[in-house]
Design a protein around this ligand. Structure first.
Ligand code: B3K
Ligand code: ZN
Length: 868
């Protein structure tokens, strides 16, 4: 039997949250038998199912060649089921069903990196959100949980055969082929199924949980990369301990495996007991990867591990609830990372990502609530809004509750819902019940798009010695989401005595009954006012300390107030925020740079020695992309570049000999902790680029010496960047040297591509040279991103020759890898803010792409981009 699937009848492809229905059948168990051959793979499956609601028995399947189908022991005739390219519907299914199917799939030609695919010589899976239906027919939705038993069979040239759970049996089929049988005792949804078949080496360790369970830890990678897996292994053990200590959650299986894959669409995947990772998120080594990459590895290892409880044991009822697991797990990994380095710097880095990615997303055509109420392609909703804004909502609730009540709330969530597929409402209800604090108002945050504008006014009455703050919140109207409501906004604040620099102890006036406890005010209405008494001198207010809510703050600070905060604020995050606010005024509103320069001069030289990591962030000047995202019309990227360059040049000039003296005095090897050494390395690289701005050519000798003498990738790359971006005489020599040193190290070589693609003066020819290079590979997302991401970091280039690059790439990837194609197209999402004629030119180019695209992924993104 060989049955060709018919295309489904085309209807509106939008799926709505309001249409959610319970699955009509549950799956008690699934037995999978996956036999891999070079030119095809055979998948046999046996599903034991029971009816739980009325409705047809529908199994989802895509790109499957159905070879046989058998229900309760009887072969089914073609009039007993309906098959199209998306699903298999069994007509008149009884209430208890044992369904056996055999299908043929083609991982060897699967370029979409979804389902089972071959990456080099390695077979791996990626099933979240809807990849499992490309492996076998199944009710592939997260609220169908089942016990999986998996037999994997392959040629012996693939010695490693992995699947989720415990290894039950291994054996030979014949002299060339072998098999392994795995069983996962925990019920799980199909998106968490994984298997891996290949020739890999392994790093092993063990961990004993707080319950005394002895867990075998294994990280699989190609042999030469095993030495780069130690940092990930340490991070894994650290995460396991951290989750026990902070959330009371021990690990539940006897093994935990991680596999490193070089061709992967995103960072990593939390498959139960068998995580699959992009090499970029598991391999970490000072010689080959940067400090930022090392920090990312640790946070992604933690993130995927934390999913074991927030995502796997308690999963999502449907994909609209994605932020339930992602928002919470990001908040958990951010908290973990705050313990690894300075908490203030971690917060700065997390907020910088939020403001540069999520805020613009939420202000443009791709805006959606953290929990959207409709989608066409769920893969398009793994967004900064779902992840980062989702994390902020959890952070706000956790901050408001405080440590103990938050823990009571999360304990209640795990107690109530372990083993279930739940909703955002379930989470907020459990957190409220456990803590005894009603948090139901926070649901509004999940259901509305847009970044709230928080307008605050301050008035000091010297005679009465009072300081009054008035608050107002508003949201931009959204065509698809009317009825926007006020949200609860926790505002952490402090008042400083402008004369002495001392912080006031806060007292609310009786007149206004307000709860400002521990420097936190919860603003829940459209408008409100609070007043403080006993304010003896003009105060400077510091608002949204630690970025206590994801809002756009509008407060009429004077530049002197901001300079004051740079110098006196004790909250490192708000100290950084003051530098950024001041710089935004200089760069976007043409304020003079003098106050900023003076504040930096007064603060930074001291801080460089006291807290090098924080000091390195206080030198941040908002990126051209971020500044562009603050402009809603007539945006001219060149103008922003000019202004930004002018401020940086001035900073370079005004601090004179400070740069060189500090550069020569800093030594990362003298630091006791990794995070301090990381700060010193970041500072040294800043100093180098400032020296280059000073026009002193001897900087290139310093940079070249740093490049050659170091064994550390952050130092080597920092130096290389200064040489290449300044077209130094040594630039080509260093680039060639870098290539020769690292040509067999894919992640390092990615950096070689990025540094050239992100050259501020890169041209269409630069990009052509890189994309035609022998090492460029359209089958490896990391390599594509190394060029496209580098190009995208320069808006001047992106909006000129970059437009064709992104449009051509989206057209190519539409068929080959639509998840990535859709993602890369989003780089053009702010086209409508450009000054004419650029605006119309990009619009025309996007419109011309419309008739060419076929995938739901790319077409949904393109339609949204053009709908503004
Ligand atoms: N849950 C996965 C993301 C899957 C993305 C599918 N397009 C990784 C993570 O967030 O942990
Ligand atoms: Zn996640």
């Amino acid at each position: 039997m060989n049955i060709a699937a018919q295309p489904p009848v085309q209807t509106d492809q939008t799926i709505y949250l309001k249409d959610y229905q319970k699955p009509s059948f549950l799956v008690d168990s699934i037995h999978l038998d996956i036999q891999v051959y070079e030119d095809h793979t055979i998948v046999d499956s046996t599903l034991v199912m029971k009816r739980q609601a009325s409705g047809s028995l529908t199994l989802l399947g895509r790109d499957l060649e159905l070879k046989s189908i058998n229900l309760n022991g009887q072969v089914l005739n073609s009039d007993q089921y309906e098959l199209d390219s998306e699903q298999l519907v069994i007509i008149d299914a009884p209430d208890e069903v044992i369904l056996q199917t055999q299908v043929i799939i083609h991982p060897e030609s699967n370029t979409q990196l979804e389902g089972l695919y071959k990456a080099g010589d390695l077979y791996v899976t990626q099933n979240e959100p809807e990849g499992f239906r490309k492996i076998t027919f199944y009710p592939d939705r997260p609220d169908v949980l089942s016990v999986f038993t998996t037999r994997v069979e392959a040629d012996k040239k693939y010695p490693v055969l992995l699947a989720n759970g415990n290894l039950l049996e291994t054996g030979e089929v014949d002299e060339n082929r072998h098999f392994a049988i795995w069983q996962d005792p925990t019920k799980k949804p199909s998106y968490l199924f994984a298997c891996v078949i290949g020739d890999l080496a392994v790093l092993k360790d063990r961990y004993t949980t707080s319950e005394g369970r002895d867990v075998a830890l294994e990280i699989y990678a190609v042999e030469k990369d095993i030495p780069k897996c130690h940092i990930a292994m340490e991070a894994l053990k650290h995460s396991m301990r951290w989750d026990e200590e902070h959330y009371g959650r021990p690990y539940d299986l006897d093994n935990y495996m991680i596999v490193a894959v070089s061709q992967f669409n995103m960072g990593a995947m939390e498959n139960k007991g068998l995580n699959i990772f992009n090499t970029s998120c598991v391999l970490a080594d000072e010689e080959y990867t940067t400090d930022a990459a090392i920090m990312r590895v640790q946070s992604v290892i933690a993130h995927e591990y934390f999913h074991n409880w927030t995502g796997n044991r308690i999963t999502c009822r449907d994909w609209f609830q994605l932020c339930l697991k992602e928002g919470l797990t990001v908040f958990r990994d951010q908290s973990f990372s705050e313990d690894l380095q300075s908490a203030a710097v971690q917060r700065i880095d997390d907020v910088a990502v939020l403001k540069s990615h999520q805020f613009p997303e939420d202000a443009g055509p791709l805006s959606h609530p953290p929990r959207p109420d409709h989608f066409v392609e769920i893969n398009n909703f793994y967004t900064a809004t779902v992840y980062e804004k989702g994390a902020e909502i959890n952070r706000m609730m956790a901050t408001l509750l405080g440590k103990d009540k938050y823990r009571q709330g999360t304990d209640e969530y795990f107690e109530r819902h372990d083993g279930q597929a739940v909703t955002v409402e379930d989470w907020v209800a459990a957190l409220s019940a456990g803590s005894g604090v009603d948090l139901s108002n926070f649901l509004t945050w999940y259901n509305q798009p847009g970044t709230p504008k928080l307008e605050v006014n301050g008035a000091y009455d010297a005679t009465a010695q009072t300081y009054r703050l008035s608050f107002k919140q508003s949201l931009k109207a959204h065509p698809k989401y009317p009825n926007l409501k006020a949200v609860p906004i926790p505002i952490a604040l402090a008042l400083f005595n402008a004369k002495s620099g001392e912080q006031y102890t806060l007292h609310s006036a009786d007149l206004f009954v307000n709860d400002v406890k521990d420097g936190m005010y919860l603003f829940e209405q459209d408008e409100a006012t609070i007043e403080f008494i006993g304010i003896t001198e003009q105060p400077v207010v510091s608002l949204l300390r630690n970025f206590s809510a994801p809002v756009n703050l509008v407060f009429d600070y004077s530049n002197d107030d901001l300079a004051f905060l740079i110098q006196h604020e004790t909250n490192g995050f708000n100290q950084w925020q003051a530098t950024q606010t001041l710089l935004e005024r200089i760069l976007l509103e043409d304020h003079k740079a003098d106050t900023y320069i003076d504040a930096i001069k007064n603060t930074l030289p001291d801080l460089v020695n006291k807290d090098p990591l924080l000091a390195s962030r206080l030198f941040d000047v908002p990126s051209e992309n971020y500044l562009g995202s603050r402009i809603d019309q007539d945006y001219e990227p060149e103008l922003i570049r000019e202004k930004r360059e002018a401020v940086l040049d001035r900073l370079a000039r005004e601090l004179g000999s400070f740069w060189k003296e500090t550069y020569l005095s800093l030594d990362p090897d003298m630091q006791k902790e990794f995070s301090l050494a990381m700060g010193v390395r970041a500072l040294k690289n800043i100093m180098l680029s400032m020296l280059a701005r000073q026009g002193d050519d001897s900087v290139f000798d310093l940079a070249y010496a740093q490049y050659q003498q170091t064994g550390n990738m952050s130092e080597r790359l920092g130096a290389l960047r200064v040489l290449v971006w300044n077209d130094a005489p040594q630039a080509q020599l260093a680039l060639d040297d870098f290539y020769n040193r690292f040509k067999d190290e894919a992640l390092s070589l990615d950096q070689w591509f990025t540094i050239q693609a992100s050259h501020p003066c890169a041209t269409a020819e630069t990009i052509e040279y890189l994309t035609k290079h022998a090492d460029y590979d359209l089958g490896t997302p990391n390599r594509i991103r190394s060029v496209s991401g580098g190009l995208a970091s320069n808006p001047v280039n992106t909006w000129s020759f970059g437009v064709d690059h992104f449009i051509e790439l989206a057209a190519y990837l539409d068929e080959k890898n639509p998840i990535l194609g859709s993602r890369l197209l989003q780089v053009l999402s702010r086209w409508y803010t450009l000054m004419e004629p650029q605006r119309s030119q990009v619009q025309q180019a996007l419109k011309a792409l419309q008739p060419k695209v076929k995938s739901k992924n790319v077409s949904e993104t393109l339609n949204s981009l053009l709908s503004i």
